[in-house]
Design a protein around this ligand. Sequence first.
Ligand SMILES: Nc1ncnc2c1ncn2[C@@H]1O[C@H](COP(=O)(O)OP(=O)(O)OP(=O)(O)O)[C@@H](O)[C@H]1O
Ligand SMILES: [Mg+2]
Length: 359
Amino acid sequence: MSSTGIEKLKISNFRSYKILELSFESNSTVVYGKNGVGKTNLLEAISLLYPGKGIRRSNFSDMINISHNFPWKVEALCRKNNNLFEIETSSDGKGRAVRVDGKKVPQNNLSSALKIIWFLPPMDRIWLETSKDRRKFLDRMVFSLDINHAKRCAQYEKLLRDRNRLLKDRIEDSSWYLAIEKKMAILGFEIDSYRRDFVEKLNTVLKEKNNYFPQIILKLKDDPIESKEIFLENLINQRVQDLASSRTNFGPHSDDLQGFYLEKEIDTKYCSTGEQKLSIISIILSNAKLIKEQHQVSPILLLDEITAHLDEVRKENLFSELLSLESQFFISGTEVGIFNSLSTKAKFLELGENKKFVA
Ligand SMILES: Nc1ncnc2c1ncn2[C@@H]1O[C@H](COP(=O)(O)OP(=O)(O)OP(=O)(O)O)[C@@H](O)[C@H]1O
Ligand SMILES: [Mg+2]
């Protein structure tokens, strides 16, 4: 087993589970079972061992088991570079509490404990979704390398809302704007720089020859923000135009992530459904490699229904890539047959009404 991962897991009152206890002796776990048996719920519970709202980005209150109105809890015994530690996270529906080795800590501390990245079926369509979805996708990857990125983005978003409120209220006094814009300029420049730095690093990994998956070149739609001073100047000069439209028209909040599918020489948004999926898999696998390279920690991968739309060769390539990453991974699907070639390498976990794992 790799030196970082989850060894034991206990889930209580979470979604369809009253109690679920599992131990993972293997790096690789195949989670299978019919529609609605709780595969995604299990992956979602694991994703809460990382900062944020989990893979579905649901409200914590929706995660409480509807027939047992108690707080939900996810407990895990984890290993990082051969040191064992415990994570416990729970919520009564409002915020969520996090403990590491029994000590209450801010949830952001989880990202220095474990790295978790995921694929969910809706991500297939990321190139066709809104630029906001793509920025979120990118910012989450930036966060996987730099734990301050989420805070930076949240603070910028708050300032943006404050500025937009002034614009909507038709405030013209420049001193109100300047106080906000000075802070926006610092954070906006930082967000842009960290995104660009990440995209450059990821493009280097995406270029590596040993990758079975298509080569994708990522870029940001807007020109780089050269400095915080220039961004501040832009914000000040834009005010009249922004007042007319009641919104801030330029900044990292309106940028977009674009992909170029090198083999076909087309923008990823014009690719077929399968090709779009391959491009996302390529990006996710490269993100995992980058985390390993930069943090010397293998990230845990949660892969929900990732094999749908993949042809046989691509599917086998995916399994080989996953095994060669030497990261702990959890892969789900409805049919066990899809995972035949993993039968000697993975632990198979069947979920279903009569299975002992399910409450
Ligand atoms: N808060 C909750 N309390 C109880 N049950 C819930 C709650 N939230 C969701 N569920 C139920 O959990 C069940 C399992 O959902 P889940 O999404 O994990 O299924 P799945 O195995 O991934 O299915 P599929 O193959 O269709 O993706 C669903 O029937 C859903 O209605
Ligand atoms: Mg599911």
